[in-house]
Design a protein around this ligand. Structure first.
Ligand SMILES: NC(=O)C1=CN([C@@H]2O[C@H](COP(=O)(O)OP(=O)(O)OC[C@H]3O[C@@H](n4cnc5c(N)ncnc54)[C@H](O)[C@@H]3O)[C@@H](O)[C@H]2O)[C@@H](O)CC1
Ligand SMILES: Nc1ncnc2c1ncn2[C@@H]1O[C@H](COP(=O)(O)OP(=O)(O)O)[C@@H](O)[C@H]1O
Ligand SMILES: [K+]
Length: 537
């Protein structure tokens, strides 16, 4: 797994490196030469323009420019001020050095000059704003960013695309859309989430020093980006000596007269994700309609109230059914009522692995008056418990119902409030979004995100079914459940890519993701076995 550090913690790595004799100035030189090497690797360098800002990000750019110039590349630096007028000592020194070496410099060009320069530029190095950037880009950077994005040049961003927050992945104004981002020392969360996913292009981490890895781990990574080989031992190896029960049985509890499709999709997904036996428990009035659509999956009709949701008579029956299955998923399409709240709280008391999704989560919010983090005894149990909130559901769980987490880091923070209050390794919160984090008490694992085709109604029900199936199929220790959930997210994401290929990136629906799950898992398994064979997206 690759560590991901909060921006403020990167400073601790920097300080640690200074202590072992690698100064900030030395780091800047290494950063600049890492950028220059990557530019050269891009090839076809007719002419290169390096857009420099006034901080150390700009300093990296000046070093890269001087290095490229030294290698005979035609390079021009665009700077808001003359090298002599740069306030920061480090950046001024490297800028003056580049100037003395004969690098061509354009100072504070008007917009039309920038456009003209870019029209003859093959590669842009974006060294305007780095981790010191806050707010909305001010002039001239706002103009330069717009011009760079409108040009046809290939773009390499230094550390982070200018205008993007390396911490949150959000951009208040326009940010550079790069082909490649060479990020210094370590991954930062904003590069992997929200607008960062579109802005960064391919991400290359430049460690800059051999001590970086150790210092990064000491600085307490906020998350870990999973690699395929982290999943190798997570699921049981294939065996022919199985029957449908030993492959794992899943109970899906959900549905209401208002929502019949959600539990069906979750159950189908659990079956496609390899559970040998899936059973669906739904309120009695909808059972016949659902059974008529389900060939492989038995449907059990449970007592319902006049509102078309489970009634209190269903509570004990659901618990008894769950105790006979390897794993249970509760929530899809279930609505929030006194009966469904009772079902969820009773299932939490059982000793079987449990996934709570959708309205199951809203039932927990109802039970705890939107403060699941203040009632840890409700969630504390011996068997695995996985909560799968999207950001709005997560907000409702931790008192942020009006201001749900707006970034991956905010979502991880909210998820941690719940898992840390619980304190046990049985609880994992899968904080879903365009980038998802699987947060356990000790670690947050970031799966490789799937395509935007996953943003379609029912896709979350599918993921719930996959996680339930994987819990049923797996024997991992509780500590490894975040990794298991991360694998479930990657299979879900890969299935989204297959569905998008078949039905179009905008046309794919949840049902198409379900149908691709089995192929997606096989493909990922093959990539794990043969890592060099290439892969999806
Ligand atoms: N952390 C490290 O150890 C290393 C950092 N390095 C570089 O240093 C960078 C961080 O340097 P700094 O802290 O100087 O920060 P930056 O260079 O990212 O930004 C600071 C400058 O941007 C300006 N600025 C901030 N917000 C702005 C806005 N909204 N509009 C216009 N201008 C704005 C500030 O006034 C200041 O001049 C990193 O991104 C990286 O590129 C590298 O030199 C290598 C090592
Ligand atoms: N832009 C996106 N890129 C990648 N994955 C996404 C994107 N948007 C949503 N997803 C994923 O799709 C799923 C949507 O789940 P959810 O919001 O619960 O949907 P629903 O309630 O309709 O079933 C989650 O797994 C989420 O991580
Ligand atoms: K930058």
């Amino acid at each position: 797994m690759q560590p991901v550090l909060n921006v403020e913690d990167v400073k601790r790595v920097e300080a640690g490196l200074t202590e072992v004799g690698v100064s900030i100035s030395e780091l800047m030189h290494r950063a600049g030469s890492a950028v220059a090497s990557e530019v050269i690797r891009m090839g076809d360098l007719g002419s290169v323009a390096v857009f420099c800002g006034l901080g150390n990000n700009g300093g990296d750019g000046w070093v890269a420019a001087e290095t490229l110039h030294g290698k005979g590349v035609a390079v021009t630096v665009v700077s808001p001020v003359d090298p002599d007028d740069i306030q920061g000592d480090l950046a001024r020194v490297v800028a003056k050095s580049a100037q003395a070496a004969g690098v061509s410099i354009v100072v504070a060009p008007p917009r039309d000059k920038v456009v003209e320069l870019l029209s003859g530029t093959d590669v842009v190095v974006d060294a305007m704003l780095g981790t010191g950037f806050h707010g909305t880009p001010r002039a001239p950077f706002d103009i330069w960013i717009a011009c760079i994005n409108a040009s046809g040049a290939r773009v390499l961003s230094v550390d982070v695309p200018s205008g993007l927050s390396a911490q949150t992945g959000l951009a208040d104004g326009e940010c550079v859309i790069a082909d490649t981002t060479v990020t210094m020392l370590v991954l930062k969360p904003g590069l992997l989430s929200d607008s960062g996913r579109d802005a960064c292009g391919a991400i290359i981490v430049a460690p800059l020093a051999e001590q970086t890895e150790r210092l990064t781990i000491e600085a307490d990574p906020v998350a870990w980006r999973a690699d395929l080989d982290d999943y190798v031992d997570v699921l049981e190896p294939a065996s022919n000596a199985v029957d449908k029960f030993s492959r794992g049985s899943v109970l899906v509890v959900g549905g209401s007269t208002r929502f019949v499709g959600a539990p069906m999709m979750a159950a189908m997904a659990a079956a496609r994700a390899g559970a040998g036996y899936v059973t669906l428990a739904v309120p009695e009035p909808v059972a016949p309609i659902i059974q008529a659509r389900m060939m492989e999956i038995p449907v059990l009709a449970l007592p319902a109230g006049r509102d078309g949701t489970f009634s209190s008579e269903a509570i004990q029956l659901v618990a008894e059914l769950a105790e006979k299955r390897t794993a249970t998923l509760v929530g899809p399409g279930m609505r929030v009522s006194s009966g469904t709240v009772g079902v969820v709280s009773r299932l939490l008391e059982t000793k079987v692995p449990l996934v709570v999704d959708a309205d199951g989560l809203n039932c927990i919010s109802r039970l705890t008056s939107n403060r699941a983090d203040e009632f840890p005894e409700l969630l504390r149990r011996a068997a695995p418990l996985v909560l799968t909130p999207h950001r709005r559901e997560l907000g409702r769980l931790v008192g942020l119902e009006d201001t749900p987490p707006a970034s991956l880091t905010a979502a991880m923070e909210a998820a941690r409030r719940i898992v840390w209050a619980d304190g046990g390794s049985e609880l994992t919160v899968v904080a879903k979004g365009s980038a998802t984090a699987c947060v356990g008490v000790d670690v947050a694992v970031l799966p490789k995100p799937g395509p935007a085709a996953l943003a379609t109604a029912g896709s979350g029900d599918v993921l719930g079914g996959v996680i339930a199936a994987f819990l049923a199929r797996s024997n991992v220790d509780n500590e490894d459940i975040p990794v298991l959930c991360s694998l479930a997210c990657e299979v879900h994401g890969y299935a989204g890519s297959i569905a998008a290929e078949r039905f179009g990136s905008r046309g794919a629906m949840a049902r198409d993701i379900i149908d691709a799950l089995g192929l997606a898992e096989d493909a990922l398994e093959e990539q794990m076995a043969f890592p060099d064979s290439g892969g999806a997206e």
